[in-house]
Design a protein around this ligand. Structure first.
Ligand code: ADP
Ligand code: MG
Length: 589
């Protein structure tokens, strides 16, 4: 029976489609990215299956392809693949229900405002078709079914599914977009080729398009004849050699950019990248990127995205991995691709995780990521010493840009990764009493702090607080300022944990200036005797204050630490600093 059945979309899908249709989204062209990547996914799935189950494919793997067509009269664009296809049930479930947490996240973020810029960031998948189409027809034949089915919806809360009238069609999926009146600009070869160029560089399957070609040797007089000679040829319009398999010298900047865009739905640019080939104990090729900014759900456990895509012999297998299998949590902002010939393709998930080779790949990726970050830091130091080099360097990324976005992650690494702690400590940056005076956006490394240390200073001072504004005028700093001792300002909650881990740098202890018994270098004799005199003189006042404030303070003391302020509060040695108390209080709420 080829009877047509009608279904209702899941409520979330209805909401999503409603947002998409009514959005004023200027970047409509992402429909192409989404549909072509679905086609590529379907081909990838088939290729993967066929490697372990050869009977699935009767024809040659080389025939896996994507076909793009357009019809200006009918006002349709179709995107077809001969991949895994969908059964009737899959058409109903995959295209009628959102299973991806990403999409649900998207709806959550969007709430009821129609901030459509988010559409491009999230990637709403198949439904992006409705950015340009008022009706979508999907014809599909699964490798698991001997019948082809047609799914269709005009985005009116319902869709229909029926058997395909033409049962002689081959395996795979054809998505036909009935273009909306306001999206007809895509109905030509030039526009579609531009989309292929922009979004499909990273696709490792051939994309075919029928293009008009004319014979070369034509002259002007023959022009009329020429028109009849114009023939339509089906040609490959994408460059399928994966960027990461190329020699870095062959790859232009815009190709890296296209690859990056395919990996990163939330950031338009990358700060820096590295493209390398690992040799020796383990062989693989890789490109790693640091995006301009981190994804919004970085540490979130349920985030599905695997930042590093792992290919085994050109086949994507990263779905077999836990998120942190290839890079530790503190490097989870690094995006990239790894392609290895060393791992057997039909290895199980558990075995893959424990594999020695995976361990070696991970080690190399960490090393390369650190190198990439160090290079950013080094190029900035170079710029400082030779301002003219700024022009020569084509990268505009700066380490302070990196630090602003990813400082937390480096700190996290120092805290939780003993193996790399030493290296990471050199990447730390802080604002300090000196840097905020010079430039509020400036940072110092610990190394340069140490080079600026004054005679008589034998520790690294820090002060933690809620904000730069609140620490920079603290009376706790008076004496340090008078002595010209630099103080690091720590304003992030993670900093207190960082200091508990660090304790010292190059033999210099970290000292919290908000604690009592702060020693400011060697106190000179004159101050010592002045202090003991003052202690005697003020003893009655101290006794009185200790009694009066007994519920609030542990001790009252005479100090040499103040210059202009009559008194200050400090934390007891070994006790929590005021800032830690503030953070603990906030966490308890
Ligand atoms: P995602 O690709 O992130 O899973 P989409 O909304 O893009 O989400 O697609 C939903 C699902 O529909 C896919 O997971 C897949 O199962 C199915 N699908 C979409 N396009 C195709 C296709 N061309 N061939 C086979 N299955 C497809
Ligand atoms: Mg998709």
């Amino acid at each position: 029976g080829s009877t047509e059945e009608s279904f209702e979309f899941q409520a979330e899908v209805q909401r999503l489609m409603n947002i998409i249709i009514h959005s004023l989204y200027s970047n409509k062209e992402i429909f192409f990215r989404e549909l072509v990547s679905n086609a590529a996914d379907a081909l990838e799935k088939l290729r993967f299956l066929s490697l372990t189950n050869r009977t699935l494919l009767d024809d040659n793997l080389e025939n896996l392809k994507i076909q793009i067509e357009f019809d200006p009269e009918e006002k349709t664009i179709s995107i077809e693949d001969n991949g895994i296809g969908m059964t009737r049930e899959e058409l109903i479930n995959n295209l009628g229900v959102v299973a991806r947490s990403g999409t649900l996240n998207f709806l959550e973020q969007l709430k009821d405002q129609k901030d459509s810029a988010l559409i491009g960031q999230f990637g709403v998948g198949f439904y992006a078709a409705y950015l340009v189409a008022d009706k979508v027809t999907v014809i599909s034949k699964s490798i698991y079914s001997d019948k082809a089915y047609v799914w269709e919806s005009a985005a009116d809360k319902t869709f229909t599914v029926k058997e395909c009238a033409n049962q002689s069609i081959g395996r795979g999926t054809r998505v036909i977009l009935h273009m909306r009146q306001d999206s007809l600009e895509f109905l030509n070869e030039h526009a579609l080729r531009q989309l292929v160029e922009k979004y499909c560089r990273f696709i490792t399957f051939p994309i075919y398009m029928k293009v008009e070609s004319s014979t070369e040797e034509s002259t002007e007089e023959e022009e009329e004849e020429l028109e009849s000679k114009t023939q339509v040829k089906n040609v490959v319009v994408n460059d399928q050699k994966p960027t990461w398999l190329k020699n870095p010298s062959e790859v232009k900047e815009d190709e890296y950019k296209a690859l990056f865009l395919s990996l990163s739905p939330y950031s338009k640019n990358y700060l820096t990248k590295t493209h390398f080939r690992a040799e020796g104990e383990v062989e693989f090729r890789s490109i790693l990127f640091i995006p301009e900014r981190p994804p919004f759900d970085f540490f979130s456990e349920e985030s599905e995205s695997t930042p590093i895509k792992l290919y085994l012999k050109r086949v994507l297998v990263s779905d077999k991995f836990a998120k942190d299998a290839l890079l530790p949590r503190w490097l989870s902002f690094v995006l990239g691709i790894v392609d290895s010939d060393d791992l057997p393709i039909n290895i199980s998930r558990e075995m893959l995780q424990q594999s020695k080779i995976v361990h070696l790949i991970r080690k190399k990726l960490i090393q390369k990521s650190l190198e990439m970050i160090r290079n950013l830091a080094a190029s900035e130091e170079m710029e400082e010493s030779t301002p003219s080099s700024r022009k020569e360097s084509n990268s505009t990324a700066s380490y302070s840009q990196f630090w602003k976005q990813y400082g937390k992650y480096i700190k996290l690494g120092v805290i939780e990764d003993g193996e790399y702690r030493k290296k990471l400590v050199n990447l730390l940056r802080f604002k300090s009493s000196k840097t905020v005076e010079q430039d509020p956006n400036d940072y110092t490394s610990l190394k340069s702090y140490v080079t600026r240390m004054k005679a008589g200073q034998d520790v690294i001072y820090y002060l933690a607080g809620e904000s730069i504004g609140s620490v920079k005028n603290s009376p706790l700093l008076e004496q340090l300022k008078a002595k010209n001792f630099e103080v690091l300002f720590l304003t992030e909650p993670i900093d207190e944990y960082l200091m508990q881990t660090l304790t010292e740098f190059e033999g210099y202890k970290f000292v919290d200036v908000s604690k009592e018994n702060l020693r400011l270098g060697q106190d000179d004799k004159a101050i010592q005797s002045k202090l003991s005199k003052a202690k005697k003189e003020f003893q009655p006042l101290i006794d009185y204050l200790e009694k009066a404030l007994s519920e609030h303070v542990t001790r009252v003391k005479v100090t040499s630490r103040l210059v202009n302020t009559p008194c200050m509060l400090v934390a007891a040695e070994g006790g929590y600093s005021a800032n830690t108390e503030r953070i603990l209080r906030a966490q308890a709420l």
